[in-house]
Design a protein around this ligand. Structure first.
Ligand SMILES: *Cc1c(COP(=O)(O)O)cnc(C)c1O
Length: 380
């Protein structure tokens, strides 16, 4: 592990170890390892936290998105509009249900879907929009909601990176028809393994997801549709119930870390800092800067990659989310997108660099990151 890691789950665990251990011990002693009160308690707590009537837990954020699409009966012949600047899971699930992802470019200021480009992408085949609340910042939801309503489209929010973020003071995951969350360990609310959840106010969507996550059965051994097996383990649910109580505090600490980065890194030539839109909050799953001012002679991304290597040599971690936007991925060659077609996403993929970000990151460590960055910029 580098001296300054991208995130440090050990520090978090050490701080709450007695509570986690007690929760785990209690599930182990209960003999109830699948379902049971640990799972239903967490689902209730999480629905309350997000402010929706229902929460249905499942095995991962990927499954949450897949179950949402299936519950809305989206399939072959349908189109789903989303961002090309996200983790593969967002688009992969669209393909897995047999529908076609339609990528529109991002707003370079927020890295989120540019809602001004939505209407032009809507066709008679469009069924849904998947806004991704990237890096922890809520996507611009107001225009998206009115455009979706006008064109009768579903909104499936990809909330994997932004649990606790708000748009106009409303929690993400409560703004669309369905909210999809991941509890992968690196997310702001992370399990000790895989986990996910769907939030919704719609009882019919809830019923469909309950059916689909349990092999397509409502009860007993009668199967109505082809489902999957997607469960949140009782152990993970018990751990998540403990951690949920700390989530707001951790998100506030992330906010302080982001503000401190803002102070430390302002006015350094060659980088630009992340911004938060007026109606949005961010819970800073990532603190992502841009390395700008590339020379004409440099290959796209070269400057950023050199800086990353420099930092790595002095044991400061940094990450590139995402080095190749989805519309240009080999898996989507058949969709026919060309380089240059979604220029803001492509430029972002060449410039972004995510710095170490976690609630327990210290001021001294952040100063080292600043010093390292300055040295890296001077050295290239
Ligand atoms: C992590 C992530 C997912 C998938 O979540 P898993 O729990 O890893 O399946 C989906 N979308 C985005 C934007 C993510 O960051």
């Amino acid at each position: 592990m580098p001296k300054i890691p991208p995130l440090d789950l050990e520090r978090q665990f050490t701080a709450i170890q007695p509570e986690i251990s007690a929760a785990v011990a209690s599930v182990l002693a209960s003999g109830n390892y699948v379902g049971g009160t640990a799972v239903t308690n967490f689902e209730q707590q999480f629905a309350q936290y997000i402010g929706t009537h229902h929460c249905i837990s499942c095995n991962s954020g990927t499954d949450a998105l897949y179950l949402a699409l299936r519950a809305l009966k989206i399939g072959p012949g349908d189109e789903v509009i989303t961002s090309p600047f996200t983790f593969i899971a967002t688009a992969e699930v669209i393909s897995r249900v047999g529908a076609t992802p339609v990528f529109i470019d991002i707003d370079p200021k927020t890295f989120n879907l540019d809602t001004d480009r939505l209407e032009a992408a809507i066709t008679p085949q469009s069924r849904a929009i998947i806004p991704v609340h990237l890096f922890g910042q809520a996507a611009a939801m107001s225009d998206l909601q009115s455009i979706a309503a006008t064109h009768n489209l579903y909104i499936i929010e990809d909330c994997a990176q932004a649990v606790g973020a708000t748009w106009k003071e409303q929690a993400i995951g409560s703004l669309g028809h369905v909210g999809c969350f991941s509890f992968y360990p690196t997310k702001n609310l992370g399990a000790c393994g895989d986990g996910g959840a769907v939030t919704t106010n719609d009882p019919e969507i809830r019923t469909q997801i309950l059916l689909l996550r349990d092999h397509g059965r409502r009860e007993g051994y009668t199967y109505e549709t082809v489902g999957i097996n997607s469960r949140l383990d009782s152990l993970q649910a018990a751990i998540l119930s403990v951690k949920l109580q700390y989530l707001d505090r951790w998100n506030q600490q992330r906010q302080s870390v982001a503000e401190r980065y803002g102070d430390l890194l302002e006015n350094i030539p060659g980088i630009s800092l992340p911004t938060t839109a007026p109606n949005a909050t961010s819970v800073w799953n990532q603190y992502t800067i841009r390395i700008t001012n590339a020379k004409q002679t440099e290959a796209p991304g070269e400057r950023r990659d050199l800086i990353r290597q420099y930092l790595r040599n002095i044991e400061i971690a940094s990450m590139v989310y995402y080095p190749l936007p989805l519309h240009l991925q080999p898996v989507y060659t058949a969709l026919g997108y060309l380089p240059g077609q979604l220029p803001h996403s492509e430029q972002a993929s060449h410039e972004v660099l995510s710095l170490p970000m976690f609630p327990e990151l210290t001021a001294i460590e952040q100063e080292s990151v600043r010093d390292g960055l300055k040295a890296a910029l001077a050295g290239i």
